[in-house]
Design a protein around this ligand. Structure first.
Ligand code: ADP
Ligand code: MG
Length: 346
């Protein structure tokens, strides 16, 4: 049975629906991420799952038990759902240990102390229990917030942009650490973020959101390699869309060649299409007759990200090992793995 079932929910404020017919399910132990631009409704969905927003339609069930419907709302404190907020919401007048102990008042003192220490050890703050929150760095405060939320063993943990106050380097690392801790404790969780690197680092499954809907639900790998539409293709990863045309039932032609599919493409011959070209779809090969001009380059250590110009004026991005060190203005040979390219109907 699913741990969480969100079925066709709509949530609105006054005349406006900000979440419209959204559905997804989570299996026990799974980590999902809602990924989308600011204002698309991510926090509203989390608040509804936690029990702080009512539904206009649809339903939410935890372990098969309905907790939200238009005429029903089980109170937040009875749901067993934990939450970690963007600003951590830690108590400044309590020590680190006091913060973590906050949701454990039902335990005997000795048990509570053991559990607090376990939680602090798990997040790597075993020595800092007696400090106050203002004596910690941002990354350490985030870990306290996670320890506090995990201490009562919630059946579902919701994390709302938990790393957005941290610098970019720390975000990805902490994301991986949080993932390891959630997996270690078998916690089912939903992370909300607008940052795809963070989503990739943490999630088993990602729901890409736009305007209160989920455009695609899938693994990070599938979203990158098989985006369902142009919106997801543009939102996830880098890449450009080049104009193309279906010239035979299975063949698409574009500026850089022909893509032939094994099955007919769902489009009439002659119809306009677009080919998605990711930076990793292009190889540099001096022997290739396909030429592009280096317009710009960014050194990334192991790789260069090149901006390449085509004769038509279209540009491409290409990420290649940095021993391919070309000068700006140079014409270079490129190759594409045609089989991997993704094509959309325009
Ligand atoms: P996100 O978390 O993806 O940035 P939110 O869920 O916070 O987006 O908000 C989605 C939309 O709903 C926004 O346009 C926001 O202004 C609106 N909204 C959120 N909460 C309220 C509220 N309590 N009253 C009115 N509008 C709200
Ligand atoms: Mg938000």
């Amino acid at each position: 049975m699913s741990l969480l079932t969100v079925e066709n929910i709509s949530i609105g404020f006054e005349a406006r629906n900000v979440v419209a017919g959204l559905s997804f399910q989570l299996q026990p132990g799974e980590i999902a991420c809602l990924l989308g631009a600011s204002g698309c409704g991510k926090t509203t969905v989390l608040r509804a799952i936690a029990g702080f927003e009512s539904l206009r339609s649809g339903s939410i069930a935890l372990n098969g038990e309905q907790v939200s419907a238009p005429d029903k709302q089980i109170p937040a404190q009875l749901r067993g759902v934990g939450m970690v907020f963007q600003d951590y919401a830690l108590f400044p007048h309590l020590t680190v240990a006091g913060n973590v102990a906050f949701g454990l008042r039902h335990l005997a003192k000795s048990e509570r102390q053991i559990r607090v220490q376990q939680m602090l050890d798990m997040v790597g703050l075993g020595e800092l229990g007696q400090r106050y929150v203002h004596e910690l760095s941002g990354g350490q405060q985030q870990r306290v917030a996670l320890a506090r939320a995990l201490a009562p063993q919630p059946r579902l943990l919701l994390l709302d942009e938990p790393f957005s106050n941290l610098d970019v380097e720390l975000r990805e690392r902490l994301g991986q650490e949080v993932r390891a801790i959630l997996k270690q404790t078998g916690t089912t969780a939903i992370l909300v973020t607008h940052d795809q690197r963070e989503a990739f680092a943490v999630a088993d499954q990602i729901g890409v959101m736009s305007e209160g809907r989920i455009c695609q639900w899938g693994t990070p790998y599938d979203l990158y390699h098989e985006p369902a539409d142009r919106f997801v293709a543009n939102f996830i990863g880098e890449g450009v869309l080049l104009p193309a045309r279906l010239t035979a039932p299975q063949c698409i032609e574009f500026e850089l060649g022909q893509i032939c599919r094994t099955a007919p493409v769902e489009c009439c011959v002659g119809c306009e299409m677009e080919v998605l070209i990711r930076p990793d779809d292009i190889q540099h090969n001096d022997a290739s007759s396909l030429k592009a001009r280096v317009l710009a380059k960014a050194f990334r250590g192991a790789q260069f990200l090149y901006t390449l110009g085509l004769p038509s004026g279209q540009t491409l991005l290409s990420l290649v090992p940095s021993h391919h060190n070309h000068a700006i203005g140079e014409d270079i040979g490129i190759e594409l793995e045609m089989d991997h390219l993704i094509v959309f109907k325009k």
